[in-house]
Design a protein around this ligand. Structure first.
Ligand code: OSB
Ligand code: MG
Length: 376
């Protein structure tokens, strides 16, 4: 049984190497909550993917901090755990706050892998030795700059290009990209930027042979996505709408999508991510691993998750250098000429966490320990 001796919360501030723009806003730097667990001389890490603002989901780094401090940490410090799989039950009383829960649960899985001297990928049930990588390219200041970015990423070897889109930055860019690269695997992600009046407009994209259209409509919707999917040959992929296994079952049954993006933070941790993966696999629905501009800690967890068998489409898990001038793990995550990342086989996440670097980036910290036991 695992007992946690201390939980260290810290906020690090990291400027992005390149600003990232989506239909919901521009990100130039990240405020990131890291969770570090101490247990019996071992140290394990988790990364909270919540943003600075509640624009992608309801959570923010500040809500995640307060929920971890006041609700999750006390439960964890009181518990004897068999592994990361114990966390959903332990945190059940707390509704929502999935990104906060995931940061803690994933750190427990990381710890368990170290205790068992296995790789995290193997512990999660991974079967792949390499994962296929794509890139998510943000909205750019001009079409020319977008074309330059795509050319660079294709040259690196990435297997799929995903374009962030919104009204006014959609048909025009798909036309330009297809004129220059008729054959590449291309998809788009609207982050909920469209409405019912846009269905004809979206149907016009069938001509661009997109692999998928990600979350075109409301972040919490299944019904209208199903209505739209009925009109399209192109697959809809849901991201924001899928919060858990039941959502995946509903989306598949309603035919709201034909592909699912799994983000471990969005669904509340590795346990639920595996459950969504399995539910989709049993119903013949392919999945891929999304990204949330993670540091190397979250990135290494995404790599381990992506090694599960039904992650059959290239994910948004790409090289560290696309995000950071210096990552907080070594070596940084790198991608081969074939657009693949090798899944580490060494113990734990397979990367070294650079504590000194993290220390320099830390702007806020707090340590939580079990309530002092009285000895008489
Ligand atoms: O919708 O997939 C998304 C980044 C932040 C918030 C939401 C999304 C994204 C990305 C970037 O698309 C994926 C990445 O490169 O990490
Ligand atoms: Mg998305």
């Amino acid at each position: 049984m695992i007992k946690i001796d201390a939980i260290h919360l810290r906020e690090i501030n990291m400027p992005l190497a390149y600003p990232f723009e989506t239909s919901f806003g521009l990100t130039t730097g990240r405020r990131i909550l890291l969770v570090e667990l101490e247990s019996d001389g071992l140290t394990a890490w988790g990364e909270c993917v919540a943003g600075e603002h509640p624009y992608f989901s309801e959570e923010t780094i500040d809500t995640a901090w307060i929920i971890t401090e006041t609700e999750l940490a006390p439960r964890l410090l009181d518990a004897e755990l068999s592994g990361g799989g114990s966390c959903p039950q332990l945190f059940r009383q707390v509704r929502g706050h999935r990104m906060a829960k995931a940061a803690v649960e994933n750190a427990v899985w990381d710890l368990k892998a170290q205790i068992e001297k296995r790789s995290l990928a193997e512990l999660l049930g991974g079967t792949r030795s390499v994962i296929s990588c794509g890139v998510s390219i943000g909205i750019q200041p001009s079409v020319e700059q977008l074309m330059d970015k795509i050319a660079i990423e294709l040259d690196v070897g990435y297997q799929r290009i995903k374009l962030k889109c919104k009204p006014g930055w959609d048909t025009n860019i798909f036309e330009a990209v297809r004129a220059r690269w008729p054959e590449i695997t291309l998809s788009c992600d609207a982050n909920s930027a469209y409405h019912r009046r846009d269905f004809d407009h979206i149907a016009d994209w069938e001509q661009f042979n997109l692999l998928m259209i990600e979350q075109p409509l409301w972040y919490d919707d299944f019904y209208f996505h199903a209505t739209l999917q009925k009109r399209l040959k192109t697959a809809i992929c849901l991201d924001e709408s899928i919060r858990n296994r039941r959502d995946a079952l509903a989306a598949i049954a309603l035919e709201s999508c034909r592909i699912i993006n799994i983000k471990v933070g969005r669904v509340g941790g590795f346990s639920e991510a595996i459950a969504v993966h399995n539910a989709a696999a049993e119903r013949g629905v392919p999945v891929w691993c999304g990204g949330m501009l993670e540091t190397g800690i979250g990135r290494s967890h995404n790599i381990a998750l992506s090694s599960l068998p039904n992650f059959s489409l290239p994910g948004d898990v790409s090289a560290s250098r696309r995000y950071w001038t210096e990552d907080i793990i070594t070596p940084g995550v790198s991608v081969s000429k074939k657009g693949e990342i090798a899944v580490p086989t060494s113990v734990g996440s397979g990367y070294k966490v650079e504590r000194d670097r993290i220390e320099r980036l830390t702007v806020r910290r707090q340590t939580l320990r079990p309530k002092a036991r009285v000895t008489v």
